[in-house]
Design a protein around this ligand. Structure first.
Ligand SMILES: *Cc1c(COP(=O)(O)O)cnc(C)c1O
Length: 350
């Protein structure tokens, strides 16, 4: 039986088994994107669908580690700042571990599905008039001034848990040429780089995949090399103006011969639409930036022919259904319950 990523990769993770808190996260599907391959000719494309983790985002990978370690270190409470997914994961794993959970979120910019999760799992929720970066400042302070454990990605155990996604990729694929992912606080790009390097050292991988990170144009501090005071994008999970792991992201990009680029909200929504309609995969907007980024890089001639590319889908589309309802073109037919009318409506478009 699969029992979560700490047990699967215990050789690479330093945790006392007694304290493991797991929801059997990880082991997410790698899906071949044959219909996208028809559009981007000459590239082999895979989607790593981490939105199928227990709370619907990759944050569970880091949280199983951070919460297990909080127990091992005898902490009684955990806290995080969050655009939504970290709070959902912290609330779930914290509930399971019987820890007090406090989450600080920006009051307007959090997707409803994510907020609903924090409510359901019973976290104490503080919504501030400010953005994620402001929330993180308070969290850093209180975790220094008290015994409350911070579980943002500045917590090194988060990165440890998240690096297992790189292991899964290599266990499944053996090798890949490019890895496309969204960059917010830049914890995840740091984690993948660490994971790939550990596999390289163990001879499980021959060469590092090139890491292509993407930020939303309205929140692209690393691309522009300046802090964004008021970041703004439809991709709320990466609406971050001052990434906590900025330097580590630059190092990961440099060492892997990668790049970082900015993508418009329009391109993100196009990819969101394309992924759902062409591949049957519903991912939240921040995730879809990896596919939008692949399309942009391909069109700019940056992807070599016959290469193997993986796009990371970090979060589930159900997290933020308002984006779908407000931005997709759709037409729901309202009819009386009259079979003749229903039949006519169906047959006319076939
Ligand atoms: C947290 C998150 C990101 C950004 O990850 P970082 O480690 O902050 O760069 C991207 N997509 C989703 C869905 C997220 O929840």
């Amino acid at each position: 039986m699969y029992e979560g990523l700490i047990k699967r990769y215990k050789k690479y993770l330093d945790v006392d088994e007694k304290y493991i808190v797991s929801l059997n996260e990880g082991n997410t599907p790698l899906i071949r994107a044959k219909n996208l391959e028809k559009i981007l000719d000459g590239v082999e494309i895979y989607l790593k669908y981490d939105g199928l983790n227990p709370t619907g985002s990759f944050k569970d990978r880091g949280m199983t580690m951070a919460v297990s370690k909080a127990l091992e270190e005898n902490k009684k409470a955990i806290i995080c700042a969050s655009t939504g997914n970290t709070s959902a994961a912290a609330a779930a794993y914290g509930a399971r571990a019987k820890l007090k959970v406090i989450v600080i979120v920006p009051d307007e910019k959090i997707a409803k599905g994510k907020l609903a999760q924090a409510i359901a799992y019973g976290a104490k929720i503080i919504a501030i008039k400010g953005n994620f970066d402001d929330a993180l400042e308070s969290v850093k302070k209180i975790s220094q001034e008290s015994d409350i454990q911070m579980v943002n990605s500045l917590n090194k155990y988060r990165i440890e848990g998240q690096k297992t996604a790189a292991f899964e990729l290599i266990d499944d694929l053996k090798e890949l040429d490019y890895f496309m992912l969204p960059v917010g606080n830049a914890g995840n790009i740091t984690a993948y780089h660490k994971g790939f390097k550990e596999y390289l050292k163990d001879d499980k991988l021959k060469k590092l995949p090139r890491l292509f990170g993407f930020q939303a144009k309205g929140a692209s501090p690393i691309v522009e090399n300046k802090v964004f005071k008021n970041p703004k994008t439809i991709a709320t999970a990466i609406n971050i103006g001052n990434p906590a792991s900025w330097d580590k992201a630059l190092n990961a990009i440099d060492e892997s011969d990668g790049q970082i680029d900015a993508i418009t909200d329009e391109e993100i929504l196009n990819a969101y639409n394309l992924l759902a309609k062409e591949e049957g995969v519903f991912a939240e907007p921040a995730s879809c930036i990896s596919v939008a980024g692949l399309i942009k890089s391909y069109n700019e001639g940056k992807i070599k022919k016959n290469s193997k590319v993986v796009c990371l889908l970090t979060g589930n589309g159900l997290k933020d259904i308002d984006v779908c309802m407000n931005n997709m073109d759709f037409d729901i037919k309202n009819l009386d319950d009259d079979y003749a009318l229903i039949k006519e409506e169906i047959l006319k478009d076939l």
